[in-house]
Design a protein around this ligand. Structure first.
Ligand code: ADP
Ligand code: ZN
Length: 608
C-alpha cells in the first residue's frame, strides 16, 4: 500500500478502503485473524467463496510481502492486474517474464516495495529464489490450489511436493493453504505433504446456491446444446466441456456456424493459440469456450454464466469442480449436462482399461458409480452432491432439475428382469442393440444367424419401444447390475448384484425418461426486475470502454454486482459512489467520475 499503512492497520479497514467491501464473510474473518496473528491455516472453500481475500488482506496488514504460490501461470498476470487496479503493489515471477523484468521484480522485493508476489512453484523451490526470500521480509506464504499435492487427484504437480520445505526454511512465517477440493482424503494429504499439522482448519459449506444443476438425457446433443443456449444464454460467457479433442473442434465449429462466438481449447492446440483463446474468453463478455478438461483450473472469470457438459465427468469431484466455474460472482448460473447410455459404457470401459493397481481401479469405479448415481437420482441433486462431500442440506433445494420438475418413476422390476434374462440367454456376448432386437422380436440376419429367435426371451419385450429399452439398460448399467465387457465391444455381462432381482426378491424403481427433453423453460431474469436495463447497458458500455483503453478485462474494473448496485442506488456524489460494495478508494478516485456521469445523464434523461 505505497508504504503508507501503519503496520497495525486493522484488517477491516483494509477490506473497506482497498477492496471496497463493507464486511468480511463469516469464515474469512477468522481466517484473516489467524493468519494476521502469525498462525497457519488450511482453507477449504468452494469456488467463489472468497479465498483470495484470506491471504490478500493479511499480506497488506502484516509487515513484508505476501508470497502466493500458484500453479496457474496464465492467471497470475490477471490477478496482479486486478490488485494493481486496487492500488496494491503486486507482481509475479514466472517463466513468461523476460529476465530483465524478473530482475526488476526481485529488486523490488528486496527493497521491501511489494505487498504481494505471485510465484510459480517450480521457481519458488530453486535455491536462488529461496536465498532471495531469506533476504526479504515475508508476510506470509499462501499456497493456492493446494490439492495439487495430491497424487490421486487429476491436478497433481510434482513441484508442490517440495513446498514442505517452506516450513523448514521459514519457520516463523505463517502459511495458508487453500483449495476448493472437498474430499477428506485430499485434505489429509495436504496436511501431511505440506507439513501443516499445526494449522487451524477452516471448512466452508460447499453449497453454491446460485448454480442451477440440470442433467438431461442425451438425445441429439448438439441440438440440445443449441436450444439451451438460444433459450437461456444467447449472449453470455460460458464453458462447454467435451471429452475428446475432436469433439471440441466439431462442437466449436457448430456453435460458430450457429452464430456464437465460440473458441476451441485443448492440449493439442499450439500454446500460443491456447493462450490467445483464453485471453479472449477473459476479456470479452460473451465468448463460449469449448474445451477438454485441460481448460479451466483456476479460471477466475467471475461472470461465467453456464458450464455445459456434453460428456460425463469421471467423478463427482471433477463434476463439481468444473461446474463450480460458473457464477463465481454469486449471480444466477447454470450447470447443464446431457448424458446417455454410451457415456456409461464408454467410461466403464475406460476404467477397466486404465493402468494402476486393482485397488486403484476399484476406487475409480466407486467414484464413477457415485457420478452415475447422481445422474440417475430422482430426488434433489444438490442434496445428493452435498451429501457426497459430507455436507448437508435439510430441504430440497428448489434450484435443480429434479426439484423444478419432479421425475416420474415407474416400477421397472419386470422390464429389468426381461433385460437381464436376455443378457443371460444370449450368453453375455452381445451389446445393447442386439439385446433390444431380441427383446422386441426383430427378425433380422443377426438374430437368425445366432438362432436367437428360438429363445424364450425373444419378443417378450414388445411393450417397450427402442428408447425405453435403452433407458432400462442404461439404468441397469449405471446401477451396477450389468457391466460392459471391454474385450467384446460393449457386450453386456451380468454382475452378482443382479441375482436377487432375477430371483424376484428385489424390485426396481426406474426413472421414466421423457421422450422429448422438457421444453418448459426456466428462463431466469439475470438482472433483478427493478433494474433499468437502459442504465445497465450504459454502465456496461462505460466499463467496456475503460477496460479496452487499458487492455484489461471489464470485470477487473467492476464486477456485475457493483454495476447492479449502481443501478439500484443511483449515487450522485463521489462519496455515495465510494460507499458501493466493490468500490475501494483507488477505484473511486480513478473511475468514480466516469460512472457518475453516466448515471447523471441517465437521470437527466428521465427528467425531461
Ligand atoms: P475463490 O478464490 O474462493 O473462488 P474469490 O476470492 O475469487 O473466490 O472471490 C469470489 C468473489 O467474491 C469475488 O468477486 C470477490 O470479490 C467476492 N468477495 C470475496 N469476499 C467478499 C466480501 N467479504 N464481501 C464482498 N464480496 C466478496
Ligand atoms: Zn434440488
Amino acid at each position: 500500500m505505497c508504504g503508507i499503512l501503519p503496520a497495525m492497520t486493522s484488517s477491516l479497514s483494509v477490506l473497506q478502503s482497498v477492496f471496497g467491501y463493507p464486511a468480511f464473510r463469516p469464515l474469512q474473518e477468522s481466517i484473516v485473524e489467524q493468519v494476521v496473528s502469525g498462525g497457519d491455516a488450511l482453507v477449504l472453500m468452494p469456488t467463489g467463496g472468497g479465498k483470495s481475500l484470506c491471504y490478500q488482506v493479511p499480506s497488506l496488514v502484516r509487515p513484508g510481502c505476501g508470497i502466493v504460490i500458484s500453479p496457474l501461470i496464465a492467471l497470475m498476470q490477471d490477478q496482479v492486474n486486478a490488485l494493481r487496479e486496487l492500488g496494491v503493489r503486486a507482481a509475479y515471477l514466472n517463466s513468461t517474464l523476460a529476465p530483465d523484468d524478473a530482475a526488476a521484480v526481485e529488486a523490488a522485493l528486496l527493497r521491501g516495495e511489494l505487498d504481494l508476489l505471485y510465484i510459480a512453484p517450480e521457481r519458488l523451490v530453486q535455491s536462488r529464489m529461496l536465498r532471495l526470500l531469506e533476504q526479504s521480509l515475508i508476510a506470509l506464504f499462501a499456497i493456492d490450489e493446494a490439492h495439487c499435492v495430491s497424487q490421486w487427484g487429476h491436478d497433481f504437480r510434482a513441484d508442490y511436493l517440495q513446498l514442505s520445505l517452506l516450513h523448514e526454511r521459514f519457520p516463523q512465517v505463517p502459511r495458508i493453504a487453500l483449495t476448493a477440493t472437498a474430499d477428506t482424503r485430499t485434505r489429509e494429504e495436504i496436511v501431511i505433504r505440506l507439513d501443516l499439522a499445526q494449522a487451524e482448519h477452516y471448512i466452508a459449506g460447499f453449497d453454491r446456491p446460485n448454480i442451477r444443476y440440470r442433467i438431461a438425457l442425451k438425445q441429439s446433443p448438439k441440438q440440445q446444446l443449441l436450444r439451451f443456449l438460444k433459450n437461456e444464454h444467447p449472449r453470455d460467457a460460458g464453458i462447454v466441456y467435451c471429452l475428446s479433442r475432436n469433439k471440441v473442434e466439431e462442437t466449436a465449429l457448430a456453435l460458430q456456424q450457429a452464430g456464437y462466438d465460440a473458441l476451441p481449447y485443448h492440449a493439442g492446440l499450439p500454446a500460443a493459440l491456447r493462450s490467445s483463446h483464453q485471453a479472449r474468453f477473459l476479456r470479452d463478455e460473451a465468448v463460449i469456450m469449448v474445451a477438454t478438461i485441460a481448460f479451466g483450473m483456476g479460471i477466475d472469470k467471475p461472470d461465467v454464466r453456464f458450464v455445459a457438459h456434453l460428456d460425463l465427468p469421471k467423478t463427482i469431484e471433477a463434476y463439481y469442480q468444473e461446474t463450480g466455474r460458473a457464477g463465481r460472482d454469486g449471480l444466477p448460473a447454470d450447470a447443464w449436462m446431457v448424458y446417455g447410455l454410451q457415456d456409461v459404457l464408454k467410461l466403464r470401459q475406460m476404467m477397466d482399461q486404465s493402468e494402476g493397481s486393482e485397488e486403484h481401479k476399484r476406487a475409480e469405479q466407486q467414484r464413477l458409480n457415485a457420478m452415475l448415481g447422481l445422474c440417475e437420482i430422482t430426488t434433489c441433486r444438490r442434496q445428493a452432491l452435498l451429501r457426497y462431500f459430507g455436507d448437508s442440506l435439510t430441504q430440497p433445494c428448489g434450484n435443480c432439475d429434479t426439484c423444478l420438475e419432479p421425475v416420474p418413476t415407474w416400477d421397472g422390476t419386470e422390464a429389468a428382469r426381461m433385460a437381464l434374462s436376455a443378457v443371460y440367454r444370449t450368453g453375455q456376448r452381445f451389446g445393447v442393440n442386439h439385446l433390444i432386437d431380441v427383446l422386441r422380436g426383430a427378425e433380422n440376419d443377426r438374430i437368425f444367424q445366432y438362432d436367437h429367435h428360438v429363445l424364450p426371451t425373444f419378443g417378450i419385450g414388445k411393450a417397450l419401444d427402442n428408447n425405453q429399452w435403452r433407458s432400462v439398460f442404461r439404468q441397469l448399467v449405471a446401477r451396477g447390475y450389468l457391466r460392459a465387457d471391454l474385450d467384446h465391444f460393449g457386450a453386456l455381462r451380468l454382475e452378482d448384484q443382479c441375482r436377487p432381482l432375477l430371483r424376484g426378491e428385489e424390485s426396481l424403481e426406474l426413472r421414466r425418461d421423457l421422450a422429448r427433453p422438457a421444453t418448459r423453460q426456466h428462463t431466469r431474469q439475470r438482472l433483478p426486475d427493478d433494474i433499468d436495463t437502459e442504465l445497465w447497458e450504459a454502465l456496461r458500455e462505460c466499463r467496456r470502454g475503460l477496460a479496452e483503453a487499458q487492455g484489461i478485462p471489464p470485470y477487473i474494473i467492476f464486477h456485475d454486482k457493483t454495476l447492479q448496485e449502481m443501478c439500484a442506488e443511483l449515487p450522485r456524489t463521489i462519496t455515495a459512489f465510494g460507499g458501493l460494495s466493490g468500490v475501494g478508494e483507488r477505484k473511486r478516485d480513478k473511475y468514480g467520475e466516469d460512472f457518475l456521469q453516466v448515471i447523471q445523464r441517465h437521470l437527466q434523461r428521465g427528467d425531461t
